[in-house]
Design a protein around this ligand. Sequence first.
Ligand SMILES: [Zn+2]
Ligand SMILES: [Zn+2]
Length: 237
Amino acid sequence: PRGAVRRVVPAKKPPPLVVRAARHGDDAPADASARRPRLVDPSNESKKRAATAGAKDIPVETCVACGGVGVVECRACGGKGTLAAGGFHAKNHVDMANVVGTNWTAHRRTKGWRHFECIGKSPADKANGKPRASVHLAATCDRDVTVWVDVKELKDRTLWSAGWKQREDLDWIGDPDQPGGAVAVPKPGAPCVACDGEGRVPCQRRGCVNGAERVRKQREVIERTERTFKKVIKATR
Ligand SMILES: [Zn+2]
Ligand SMILES: [Zn+2]
């Protein structure tokens, strides 16, 4: 060891960290050059060069999922924005983690109502004879009217639509004056529910700045729409 380190020793034992740090300081240049080849990512080289050349506004990290634009093709409809005749979504998407608060339209009048909101959920409990998860739905216009629906049934696109669908959003079969009323079926060529007919969805990749901004904006629009919708319902009651 060199003098600087040794002089500290008699006074009090130097913490091992100090000694190690000094040694590493000497080793650092050789160490770094030995490691460098592994750290180089060829795809980033041109960007790095541009950045060091003074173009500071070029982002060093570009989202690989969307190329930085913040949107990707909707996988549900392949970017077409519409459902094929008969509905290419085999099933409604039910995300059990976030299902409470989601809105649903019953294709058959259910306890007198068609528009529901999920207010609770119950997981599957196979040991106790409950093979599948279920959700608790409350009628939007009468919160006292609730119904438990098997998730398998909720996923069935011939029985339920995700969101609050209006009369013109769906096709109808049968007689509205019958006890169950007319039965709704998804319209062929209806807008894709996953992307709202846009054919593109916000990029969800972690760390995608533009994607996160689009997700945030989209959420704002949805919340505003639902507030308006609830007001309309109240006014027409
Ligand atoms: Zn992205
Ligand atoms: Zn789509």
